[in-house]
Design a protein around this ligand. Structure first.
Ligand SMILES: Nc1nc2c(c(=O)[nH]1)N[C@H]1C(S)=C(S)[C@@H](COP(=O)(O)OP(=O)(O)OC[C@H]3O[C@@H](n4cnc5c(=O)[nH]c(N)nc54)[C@H](O)[C@@H]3O)O[C@H]1N2
Ligand SMILES: Nc1nc2c(c(=O)[nH]1)N[C@H]1C(S)=C(S)[C@@H](COP(=O)(O)OP(=O)(O)OC[C@H]3O[C@@H](n4cnc5c(=O)[nH]c(N)nc54)[C@H](O)[C@@H]3O)O[C@H]1N2
Ligand code: SF4
Ligand SMILES: [Mo]
Length: 728
């Protein structure tokens, strides 16, 4: 038996885990790591099942190659040779513009995603880059880019010090938090209330988080931007503002807010005008306050406007960049940020003319790009850690589109709804065979913190996921050589020639020779740590890989500190309160003021013991409350005379679903979790309770315009008894 420690890679909370392994490398127990200074022993049911997930017998151990319907297990050389052949064939016939990439959510949780996905994309030489980000947080990147100058300058609520938290469209008691890395989120919310603070939750469902709050406000799905504008209107009209930054655009903002008085938006949102006014006064009056909004408000028709208004309220109430308000973390691997105006729409999608954002095109138009003939049609896809057939809007259409590709490669541990269309599946090794560093998520942490976990088990005869992606890059570019050494060389050359950097004027080659690490990935981590804001090469600290290896439970780097002046990279050098692109989109919001969609509005939800589409194969995690049911208010059940099941119909499809009547959901709203609808997968446990895919009902033709983000919340649907047959 050995006891080992590592970070949980399963959600954004980055909990430290303590595992015991037997001599065969099997996990015999998983507990929270009490010595982790950030998570302090917290663990959730998913983390506790990490061993079961990692040793799931349905995970692929060797590459698969498909010929027609037939799958064949092959060795790694043969698999990469098949990729080479497929890439060459498509390149010769259609050129590089026929390639497309889709990166799924776990890329945010793997070192491979952080270090090797970008070089792989560059090597593929295509602008057809899609990811789960446009089914998730792209609106926040766009609003932050436009307001603060960089899409990663995303302020997070200072959870442990705030006096007042207004939370919209998030349910961290089940999700454990997102764009707000906070292990033991439930405990931190209880502590907020314990110190006399106030928590208000805005959600069309009375979630477990809402039940814990001081106040829960029901809202009509998709209308958060109206509610937030009502708050902005009140702050301005009642002169409740206390702006602490240099800002631009107050006049334009005031002009735009005129149309959204509380009594005007009350009808649209379902939130009484007096509640809106009171929320504004409470936010302004609290010693410190933070507004935090997540997936329920991002994956909506006005996602970017909602994200923007969240931070407008934070600025107007004087809570941006101050303790207890919303703050910008300083992660240990952060690189320098150049002052360069943030732009979207630098190129546009071929078929629907949708703007690029952060170098990506909207996943809502991926099927169009694959299906529509002509110059630039996608014929070859590379998917890494993604299951868009279940996770993208109108996933059923994408299912068909992927089936028509000339060639597809998937890097994924499972043969599932998406990867079954691949010609080659390249499985990453076991979780415990991978090193772990949260490059992305520590940039959203409510305390500055760092932790590295070395691989706990040897790779044996298979490549790491980083090596798989690097190999794809080599195949695509035709350039051989040590990718990591090349990237290290480039980064160090830049650092030594940057005036004022801690290594200015030193020799890049000598620095490279000093780097520690047993792999290229570790050496790159060491370099980023040393050059980063706490690094031994920054002149300001002593962090390095060695230091992290000496502290296997992680290191606390202190509470968040004000740092906006250093981060602000807008062209004006000020916080942009009224970016023109967003003010333009306010027209669309105004047009929607009078909208009264008939029928029901569909929203999603998450379950504690689930993770999008890929954790339904672990027996202890499924069943109980983790079910694919349609939540509906009992009054609606009675009104429609429903019994047990109902048919749900939208513009794109129809499903028959089991009902879960509950008064925790607003009348007129129904909720279905996503990630179900298992079919064509070799996941044997998941196949026993497949559920249905919510994304049969979501409509890829509607997007949040500024970001191109998919709309999953507030989808108009009709609910029919199962017995009724009507014409389509
Ligand atoms: N209707 C509706 N749809 C939604 C949402 C919603 O709320 N409602 N939420 C959206 C959101 S927020 C997201 S992030 C997306 C998620 O969209 P995706 O990322 O496309 O979907 P996941 O289900 O997370 O699929 C993850 C895939 O990665 C594989 N995988 C797991 N671990 C690893 C690993 O270590 N390496 C590799 N290579 N593969 C791995 C899994 O087997 C699975 O195939 O879904 C979106 N879709
Ligand atoms: N256990 C578990 N944890 C997860 C995941 C998982 O699948 N399971 N997925 C991970 C991923 S990829 C992400 S992005 C995060 C997401 O983390 P969260 O943002 O916390 O996601 P949810 O738990 O889905 O909470 C979203 C809430 O928004 C509400 N909502 C829906 N529509 C609206 C609306 O129009 N307005 C408002 N105000 N609220 C609305 C829903 O009822 C729901 O309670 O969770 C991550 N963590
Ligand atoms: S909360 Fe997230 S990081 Fe923590 S144990 Fe659970 S799944 Fe892992
Ligand atoms: Mo997500």
């Amino acid at each position: 038996m050995t006891t080992v420690h590592r970070t949980c890679p399963l959600c954004e909370a980055v909990c430290g885990l303590t595992l015991t392994l037997d001599d065969g490398g099997h996990v015999t127990s998983v507990r929270g790591d009490k010595e982790d200074p950030f998570s302090k022993g917290f663990i959730c049911p998913k983390g506790a099942s990490l061993g079961k997930l990692d040793e799931d017998p349905d995970r692929l151990t060797r590459p698969l190659v498909r010929e027609g319907e037939l799958w064949r297990e092959v060795g790694w050389d043969e698999a990469f040779a098949a990729v080479q052949e497929g890439f060459s064939r498509v390149t010769e016939e259609h050129g590089r513009e026929a390639f497309g990439v889709y990166l799924g959510n776990p890329n945010a949780h793997t070192m491979a995603g952080a270090l090797y996905a970008a070089p792989m994309i560059r090597a593929l030489g295509t602008r057809n880059v899609f990811s789960a980000s446009t089914a998730d947080q792209m609106p926040k990147h766009v609003s932050s880019g436009l307001m603060f100058g960089h899409p990663l300058s995303i302020p997070v609520p200072d959870l442990d010090r705030t006096d007042y938290l207004l939370m919209l469209g998030a349910n961290p008691l089940d999700s454990n938090g997102s764009l707000c890395t906070a292990p033991d989120f439930p405990g931190r919310l209880k502590a907020l209330r314990g110190r006399g603070g106030r928590l208000v939750v805005v959600d069309p469902r009375r979630t477990r988080t809402a039940a814990l709050a001081d106040e829960h406000v029901f809202i009509r799905p998709g209308t958060d931007a109206y509610l937030l504008f009502g708050i902005v209107h009140t702050l301005l009209a009642e002169d409740l503002t206390d702006v602490r930054q240099e800002i631009n655009g107050l006049a334009e903002l005031t002009q735009a807010a005129k149309h959204f008085a509380p009594d005007v938006v009350a009808r649209r949102t379902g939130v009484p005008a007096e509640v809106i006014v009171r929320l504004a006064r409470e936010l302004a009056g609290a010693p410190t306050a933070a507004v935090y909004a997540r997936i329920g408000t991002c994956t909506a028709e006005f996602g970017t406007l909602a994200q923007w208004l969240v931070d407008v309220v934070n600025v107007l109430t004087g809570n941006l960049d101050r303790p207890g308000g919303v703050m910008f973390p300083m992660p240990a691997t952060e690189g320098g940020r150049r002052r360069k105006p943030y732009q979207t729409g630098r190129w546009r999608s071929r078929v629907r003319d949708l703007p690029e954002a952060n170098g990506e095109l909207p996943v809502a138009t991926l099927a169009d790009e694959i299906e529509t003939p002509g110059q630039g049609q996608i014929r070859c896809m590379v998917t890494v850690a993604g299951n868009p057939v279940l996770s993208a809007p109108n996933g059923g259409r994408l299912d068909g589109a992927l089936g028509g590709l000339a060639f597809m490669v998937s890097v994924d541990p499972y043969l599932n709804e998406t990867t079954r269309h691949a010609h080659v599946i390249l499985p990453p090794p076991r979780v415990l065979q991978a090193g772990h560093y949260d490059f992305a998520l520590l940039g959203f942490a409510v305390r500055n913190y760092t932790r590295y976990s070395r691989p706990l088990l040897p790779l044996a005869d298979r490549p790491s996921e980083g090596m798989i992606l690097a190999r794809l890059a080599v195949i695509a570019s035709g350039l051989d050589g040590d990718l990591d050494a090349f990237i290290i060389g480039q980064a160090l050359e830049k650092a030594v020639s940057t005036p004022g950097s801690g290594v200015e004027g030193r020799d890049a080659g000598e620095l490279a020779a000093l780097l520690d690490g047993e792999s290229g990935a570790e050496r790159r981590l060491d370099m980023m740590l040393r050059l980063g804001p706490y690094g031994e090469w920054s002149g300001r600290g002593e962090l390095s890989l060695r230091k992290l290896l000496d502290n296997p439970h992680g290191l606390d780097l202190g509470p968040l500190e004000p740092r906006l002046p250093e981060l602000l990279t807008t062209a004006s050098g000020r916080v942009e309160l009224a970016p023109p692109q967003l003010i333009d989109d306010v027209e669309r919001l105004r047009d929607g003021l009078g909208a009264e969609p008939p029928g029901f509005l569909l929203i999603g939800r998450r379950h504690l013991r689930s993770n999008n589409s890929w954790m339904h194969n672990v027996a202890p995690l499924v069943g109980g409350s983790n079910l694919c049911t349609l939540q509906i208010n009992p009054a609606d059940v009675d009104r429609l005379g429903l019994d047990g099941y109902a048919r749900v119909r939208s513009a794109t499809g129809e499903l028959t679903v089991p009902l879960e009547p509950t008064d925790t959901i607003m009348p007129g709203v129904v909720s279905l979790p996503h990630g179900w609808g298992h079919a064509g997968s070799t996941q044997s446990v998941a196949a026993e309770h497949p559920g249905v895919s919510a994304n049969t009902l979501t409509d890829e033709s509607t997007v949040d315009l500024p970001s191109g983000n998919a709309v999953f919340n507030g989808v108009p649907v009709t609910i029919l008894p199962t017995g009724v047959i009507t014409a389509h």
